[in-house]
Design a protein around this ligand. Structure first.
Ligand SMILES: Nc1ncnc2c1ncn2[C@@H]1O[C@H](COP(=O)(O)OP(=O)(O)OP(=O)(O)O)[C@@H](O)[C@H]1O
Ligand SMILES: [Mg+2]
Length: 462
């Protein structure tokens, strides 16, 4: 880890530096909050953890911690205190969003023994950091800064009219702090749209926390979202800030928001109204500055009618609605998307292009699973393809593709709907026509004929 150490007592600072270095972490020491905050953003982003002394002349630890967090929200902040009064410590932890604290006296006492207390705190900081990294996109940003390489970002591909409109909408809403509700069928790219909004928003350097409301057990969801009152036990990894607090200053993506239980819907509506969260078993509100993006593939209006979604929450979320269109409404994007997926897999395949007849069939497919399905279909074809160009042969494992390739898919579908009796009657009628009967004679003799099924029948017998 890269550690920032801020303490106005130089002696203390040097002692801490020695111990942290002995634990094989990099450490930079500053003797005031002002000095640390003078670092430019790109340097501050390099740090994982900050140990900050509480009682410093001028800018104290609380102010320094808050200012650092505002610039680098992912930074794990540890309060260094000589105060053993639990009340003061908890208040400072809460008000200044410190992640943990360490009593300086204990460290000084055990300095010769390598300070087990400090070692424990460093371990806890590592755990917090690991959780945060897994949860926020900011990790990607900071590691990209560290490695001076920008990772290949997923991008919104497509040039159809609907995608152009979608891009315009994203550009319009991104700089605002407005709550956005993204709807659309499964696999259409709703999450990708949310990430695009985040990437070009003013909060792009702040955390992007994503929560799948359906993936977290409902009885845990409240504390996961809003945090829990106070650490149960300081000696274990008790970190329970909640996603809202983690996303403070940034963006919180609530995926599958339609699955939120009714009780939590009421609490979320309150948070959106008041911009404050109430951690579990606490009556004290904590102000939060979070932009919310909700995602759902459920029909929320229908859910409101059924009584399973709150109307007030719906209107609070639906401030700026975005509907991501299904792939079947933008088939002109298929070629570009396929090329994009081939490029992404460039390292695992020698394929570089796709045959035009394949594209013709892909454009006719129904794509109920939308772009995710297209991505999977292309990936499977790339696995079997031995040539530089994808051909129809490589899609043999896909029933819908094969059906369309043989041109029988729609005929089978239609003929399945025709009553067999009508088919037999038409067969007899046509046979007699071939034998020289006229239509007039056949009609007069009462032979039934069903012109509405003739086309399908003809194709079927071909
Ligand atoms: N326009 C696009 N350009 C490139 N890739 C896309 C596009 N839209 C979606 N994808 C890709 O398709 C996959 C599905 O997208 P995403 O997860 O955003 O869909 P979703 O609508 O959130 O789906 P679900 O409702 O199932 O969660 C992802 O791998 C995403 O990168
Ligand atoms: Mg999704």
């Amino acid at each position: 880890m890269k550690v920032l150490l801020i303490d106005d007592q130089v002696k203390m600072g040097n002692a801490f530096t020695k111990i942290i270095k002995a634990l094989e972490h990099e450490v930079s020491y500053f003797n005031s909050g002002y000095a640390a905050l003078a670092l430019p953003d790109e340097d501050l982003f390099l740090y994982d953890v900050a140990f900050i002394d509480m009682n410093m002349e001028g800018m104290d630890g609380c102010e320094t911690g808050l200012k650092l967090k505002a610039r680098v929200p992912s930074l794990v902040t540890i309060m260094l205190t000589s105060d053993t009064q639990m009340g003061t410590v908890v208040k400072a932890l809460r008000d200044s969003q410190f992640d943990d604290f360490l009593c300086k006296r204990n460290v000084a006492k055990d300095a010769l023994a390598g300070s087990p207390q400090l070692q424990e705190t460093v371990l806890r900081a590592q755990n917090i950091l690991a959780t945060r990294k897994a949860l926020t996109n900011e990790y990607k940003l900071s590691s990209a800064l560290r490695n001076h390489s920008v990772e290949v970002q997923k991008e919104l591909v497509g040039n159809s009219w609907v995608i152009k409109k979608l891009r315009e909408t994203i550009e319009k809403v991104a700089p605002l702090n407005t709550t956005v509700l993204i709807t659309g069928e499964s696999g259409t790219g709703k999450e990708l749209v949310a990430r695009e909004i985040y990437k070009i928003s003013n909060r792009a350097h702040a955390p992007f926390v994503t929560v799948n409301c359906d993936a977290i057990p409902h009885d845990l969801l409240e504390s996961e979202l809003f945090g829990q009152e106070q650490p149960r036990d300081y000696s274990t990894d008790h970190h329970r800030d909640g996603f809202f607090k983690m996303a403070h200053g940034g963006t919180l993506l609530l995926d599958e928001i339609g699955s939120l239980p009714l009780g939590l819907q009421a609490k979320l509506a309150k948070v959106l109204r008041e911009h404050k969260i109430y951690p579990v078993s606490s009556s004290q509100a904590i102000p939060v500055d979070v932009r919310i993006i909700g995602i759902t593939n459920q029909d929320l209006l229908k859910k409101i009618n059924e009584g399973s979604f709150r109307e007030d929450l719906f209107y609070q979320l639906n401030v700026f609605p975005i509907c991501v269109p299904p792939l079947r409404e933008r088939t002109s994007d298929i070629e570009e998307l396929v090329q994009h997926f081939i490029t992404i897999k460039a390292q695992q395949t020698t394929v570089t292009s796709i045959a035009p007849d394949v594209l013709r069939i892909l454009r006719k497919m129904s794509w109920r699973g939308n772009i995710r399905q297209l991505e999977n279909v292309i990936e499977q074809a790339l696995i079997v393809c031995a040539e530089p160009k994808l051909s129809c042969q490589d899609f043999k494992g896909n029933a819908e593709f094969v059906g369309l390739m043989r041109g029988t898919d729609h005929i089978i579908e239609q003929t399945n709907k025709i009553e067999p009796k009508k088919i037999e009657e038409n067969k007899a009628y046509l046979k007699l026509l071939k034998r020289g009967w006229s239509k007039k004679d056949l009609d007069r003799a009462g032979f039934p004929f069903h012109p509405e099924i003739e086309a399908s029948y003809k194709e079927m017998v071909c």
